[in-house]
Design a protein around this ligand. Sequence first.
Ligand code: S5P
Length: 265
Amino acid sequence: MQASEIWGERWINNALPMARTYMEVACRKQSLVCLAADRKTMAGLNELLDQVGPYLAALKTHVDLIDDWSVESWEAFCTKAKSMDLLIFEDRKFADIGKISRDQMSGVYNIRQWADLVTAHLISGQDIVDGLQAGWNDVGRNGGVLLLAQMSSRGNLLSPDYTDTVVKTGSIHDGVFGFIGNGSKPDDLKILREKVGQGKLIWTPGVNIAIGDGEMGQRYGAPDEAIRAGSDCIIVGSGIHKSEDPAKSAKSYAEISWKALLDRR
Ligand code: S5P
């Protein structure tokens, strides 16, 4: 089956090239799983990628938490991820003014050169999206911005009004790939999906087969419920990288997510 048939309205209403690329990758891999690869060494990251790469559609990184990061080791890691047909998503949570965000796409980490997706807060205004898109444009690459509309952590300051403004502004901006929603609360997610409409993608952290509270205020909901409520990608960290058998866990998240997407159609 073609990606356009599987994704239906989402495909029709989202023409951002990177959004369509994601929808195609998800179909090839039969997985709506983005791994939050929160390991602190290159060896740890490479080991994880070797184990679970086949079951993922995307790989989410925090490039600034790697102890032994180097340009060469990162380049090799990204090349491997690409060879496994994965999108690379740097969860940098940019929040500065447009021109500084553009510059932050370069610098030591040179995020614009290897990341297909990045996260941003809209707290500084919508020019941040143009700044980040300009960053990719500066090196002739395409990318997509995921705006934080909700967060999964307890006590966060993203109020319902703030969420509405992010959705309203982001939904009509071409550079926006989609939104980060809270996967731990399917009911809230349903409401978010109604507000977002059928075009932009919603990606959700706060998902784990073992639902409930996580470490330091993190909260978890069930992966299939998140997708049925309107999530288009589940961001899973500890559920995979802290599991005794990461490959087996990644495979079950992939199967659950794919089945939930087919059920949702
Ligand atoms: O609201 C949020 C937004 C994000 S991007 N809550 C989150 O937990 N995240 C990220 O998702 C967080 O930075 C981490 O990398 C991942 C969740 O990891 P887990 O181990 O709790 O599944």
